[in-house]
Design a binder for this molecule. Structure first.
Ligand SMILES: CN(C)C(=N)NCCC[C@H](N)C(=O)O
Length: 292
C-alpha cells in the first residue's frame, strides 16, 4: 500500500465512541481523465495532465477502501466524459432509491443518463430529476437530514425535489466561494452512526468561510460539536474526504484537519489525489455512496 497510514491491518475502534461502518461505493476508473475544458476555478486546460498518474492515484483510493473492508462497484468510463471519475456527482442514493443528476454544464450533461442507466441496471429505483442538481457533490446525508448546497451548481429548486423524493428534511446552505462550488468541498460527514434506536450520533467538519452568514448560523446551531477546519486545509480540499465513522480518508496536505481528527478519536488515512485535483475534485468526489 502506498497510502501513508497502514490500512492493511484490520480497522479497530481506536476511540470508545468511534465505530466503523461498512460502506458500499461506486467509483469510475479515470482512464480518460484530462482537463480539456474549464467549468471550475481549479481547471486550467493549458496545463498538462498525466492520465497514468491519475489512474494510479485513483487505484490507491480504490485499494484503500477494499483494505478497509468496504465494497466498491465500478461504472465503465466513457471516453468523451473526462469528469466521469467524479462519481459523487452522478446521483444521490438512499434506501435503494437513486435521485439522478442533471448537470449544470453541457460538458457533463451526458453523464446524468449514463449514471441513471447504471443505477437501474444494478437494482436501484431511479427518480428522474427535473431540476439541475449534481448529486452527492451537493447533497449530504447527515443522520436523518440532508444538507443541500446551492449557489454554483445544484439549484434551490432541486432541494425541494430532493425532499419530495426522499421524504426527509432538507437544509439548504448557500455556498459563496467559487473554489468551493460543491457542498462536499466544504463539509465532511464524519459519522452518521445508526444504532438500535435509529441515528445515535451525526457529526460533521466544515469550512465556515465557504458559506454565507445564514449558512454559518445554521451549521453552528445544528452541529455545535462540529470540527471547523482552517482555510489552509479547506484550500487543499481537506474536507473532500470520506469517513466510515472511524477511518477518514483525507488528503495528506490537510495537516491541521488530520490533527483535529486524531484528537477526536478518528483514524485519518492519507491518500494523495493531486492529479485529480487538477480537474477540481478530490477523494469524496471520486466516491458515491450506494445506500441499499
Ligand atoms: C467536490 N467536488 C468538487 C465534486 N464533487 N466533484 C468534482 C467535479 C469536478 C468537475 N471538473 C466539475 O467541475 O464538475
Amino acid at each position: 500500500m502506498s497510502t501513508q497510514n497502514a490500512v492493511s491491518a484490520p480497522a479497530v475502534d481506536t476511540h470508545a465512541s468511534r465505530v466503523q461502518q461498512r460502506r458500499t461505493y461506486l467509483m469510475c476508473r479515470p482512464d480518460h481523465f484530462t482537463v480539456s475544458y474549464s467549468i471550475n476555478p481549479w481547471m486550467e486546460p493549458a496545463n498538462p495532465t498525466d492520465t497514468a498518474l491519475a489512474v494510479s492515484q485513483w487505484q490507491k483510493l480504490h485499494d484503500t477502501y477494499i483494505a478497509l473492508g468496504h465494497e466498491v462497484h465500478l461504472i465503465d468510463p466513457i471516453a468523451s466524459l473526462p469528469d466521469m471519475v467524479y462519481t459523487a456527482n452522478g446521483g444521490f442514493i438512499i434506501d435503494g432509491v437513486a435521485y439522478g443528476a442533471k448537470f449544470r454544464f453541457a460538458e457533463r450533461q451526458p453523464e446524468g443518463p449514463a449514471f441513471m442507466e447504471w443505477f437501474a441496471a444494478n437494482g436501484f429505483a431511479v427518480a428522474d430529476p427535473v431540476e439541475v442538481n449534481e448529486g452527492e457533490g451537493d447533497f449530504l446525508l447527515v443522520g436523518d437530514v440532508i444538507l443541500a448546497g446551492t449557489g454554483f451548481r445544484s439549484t434551490g429548486d432541486s432541494h425541494g425535489e430532493l425532499g419530495r423524493v426522499f421524504g426527509k428534511e432538507v437544509i439548504s446552505l448557500n455556498l459563496v466561494d467559487p473554489r468551493f462550488y460543491h457542498l462536499d468541498t466544504a463539509i465532511s460527514v464524519l459519522d452518521p452512526v445508526e444504532g438500535p434506536n435509529g441515528v445515535e450520533k451525526a457529526n460533521i467538519a466544515y469550512l465556515p468561510g465557504a458559506f454565507d452568514a445564514e449558512g454559518q448560523r445554521i451549521l453552528a446551531e445544528r452541529f455545535p460539536d462540529a470540527i471547523k477546519v482552517s482555510d489552509d486545509d479547506g484550500a487543499v480540499f481537506g474536507l473532500n474526504s470520506s469517513s466510515d465513522g472511524l477511518n477518514v480518508i483525507i488528503s495528506p496536505r490537510a495537516k491541521g484537519f488530520e490533527k483535529q481528527l486524531r484528537e477526536r478519536g478518528y483514524n485519518p488515512v492519507l491518500v494523495d489525489l493531486s492529479e485529480l485535483l487538477l480537474g477540481g475534485g478530490g477523494i469524496k468526489c471520486c466516491t458515491l455512496e450506494l445506500r441499499r
